[in-house]
Design a protein around this ligand. Structure first.
Ligand code: URA
Length: 222
């Protein structure tokens, strides 16, 4: 990979800026000052520094993050913090996309990747990936009602029949639900259909990836 491409990809600046930075002797490759930004480097095995700071190259990353309530699943939000505010270097330098957003008041497992093919596979309805949620309702509720066929509204307010979920009752107020779609407010709307309100929602698994003991607000590479 060209040195300038690596530095641009890792958000140190534009190609033109990287040319100037190299000319100013602020970039080293394997401890040697490199003035030509167009040279080829091995991003994995070469040690590259810019402004005295090591460049940690990352690619094809899948991060699992334990989203806290109050964070928006978006790149930018004028009002609230976003899940990207939880990340630190070098992950802040990557173009990460969210696979399956969570509502601001939902917590739990969020997957982030810079790999477009993986993103597509994770969110494609044809891949039948089940997402599992822990649900708490405001009143007693028999979650087996959710196994009936019924309609809710999707994100564009079009009627929609959710496919049959898997249900595991915990007690009169709590249950696990696994759904394969990810429509807007889907779990809340499914429960609302039966005149109950979801007062706590947490995604505990995405396909065969489980949240496990990952602390709230923390993330790790998988
Ligand atoms: N269903 C919801 O209603 N909200 C979420 O955040 C995820 C699934």
């Amino acid at each position: 990979m060209r040195l300038d491409k690596l530095l641009v990809n890792m958000k140190y600046g534009s190609r033109k800026e990287m040319k100037a930075v190299c000319k100013n002797k602020q970039v080293t490759v394997n401890d040697e000052v490199i003035k030509d930004s167009s040279i080829n480097i091995d991003p994995v095995n070469d040690k590259i520094t810019i402004f005295g700071e090591e460049v940690i190259y990352k690619e094809n990353i899948l991060l699992m993050l334990h989203k806290p309530q109050g964070y928006v699943s978006a790149n930018k939000d004028g009002l609230h913090e976003t899940v990207f505010d939880l990340l630190e270097e070098p992950y802040t330098r990557l173009k990460l996309n969210i696979a399956g957003r969570l509502d601001i008041d939902t917590e739990g497992l969020l997957l982030l990747t810079d790999n477009g093919d993986l993103l597509h596979d994770l969110i494609s309805p044809n891949k039948n990936i089940y997402k599992t949620y822990l649900v708490r309702t405001d009143q007693k509720f028999n979650p087996d009602s959710l196994l009936k066929e019924f309609e809710i509204l999707d994100g564009k307010n079009n009627p929609y029949t959710p496919s049959k979920p898997f249900i595991e009752k915990i007690n009169d107020f709590e249950f696990y639900i696994s759904i394969k779609e990810g429509k807007y407010h889907q779990v809340k709307r499914m429960v609302e259909h039966f005149r109950r309100e979801v007062i706590y929602l947490k995604r505990v698994a995405y396909g065969d990836i489980s949240l496990g003991d990952l602390e709230i607000g923390k993330y790790r590479e998988i």
